[in-house]
Write a protein that binds this ligand. Sequence first.
Ligand code: ATP
Length: 336
Amino acid sequence: MTKIALLTSGGDAPGMNAAIRAIVHSCQHHQYECIGFFHGYNGLLNDEWQALTHADVGNILQFGGTILKSARCPAMCDPKGPKQAANTLRKHQIDALIVIGGDGSFRGLEALKAHWEGQVIGLPGTIDNDLAGSDNTIGFATAVTTATHAIDKIRDTANAFERVFIVEVMGRHSGHIAFNVGLATGAEAILSFENCDPADTAPQLARLISQIQVQQQHNHDSFVIVLAENLWPGGPQALKAQLAEQAGIDSAVCVLGHIQRGGSPAPEDRLLATELGLEAVNAVSRNQDRIMIGKQGSTLQAVPLNGAINDAKPVNGRWVAAHEDVLTEYLIKHSE
Ligand code: ATP
């Protein structure tokens, strides 16, 4: 009987449970055996696992987090780690390993492949949406929804106090969350890797100051800056200090942080996770190897793992342009 192992790795993302459920259901449909390893790759190194059946995945699809737990596992970056992981897979006579995670987790799969003959399949599970080969990753829609609702609330208090707010959102080194959330909330400014050079923030700072000053002269209620994490040297507190020092602008800082990773998955993530999970098991039955299952448009497709990791996944250029155009138009109109 074909035997499949799965694990969740790296930053957890809402919808991972829905993917686990779909994989387990599909395994039962194909009459494959399915086991889950706990705590990311640590489960392979420590041989920590359980068999998974229908009964184990009932009532989980609506919850964030992951029933298999997730973790970082630095030992996988040491040459001994992948070898040990391969030995565990061999010991359990696993035919295919499915990993739900981000680019780091897929690098782990590639490292494992050097020591193991079985099939490896990745499912894009990260709120950052930074994997090429799938329009969206599992968890992204929920993170955008959560951050949007949070900023709507911040907007209320910002309006009441006529405040400038700097809101930091997640995304690692890409602006998918920043631009989606910034546009969805009507943020006056979006600062992200796509429109701001971290090595030279002076032009953006000058532009921001002039935009805030123009707006304050016109008595607008509030000014929300959506800031991508890891962008501004010194983080949002440094930006706050620079606004104060250079232009006497007072601002409040809110780092949304891990709330973006939690919560009940949005329907889009439940559906995406279910489709991708079912397709991952189909891919095992087709003997596919070293692939990630993604969805582009309405088509499910298998893309090479190294492409998913290394190819660029730019933020929709129209959205970056839309924000810039609106901003420029506003500045020109109001500074005349
Ligand atoms: P997210 O970006 O959402 O946090 P991720 O999968 O990219 O998810 P990482 O922490 O980068 O998260 O990676 C998860 C795990 O994958 C690491 O803890 C490690 O076990 C494994 N891993 C990452 N990079 C490598 C590598 N170069 N070689 C082997 N294993 C790796």
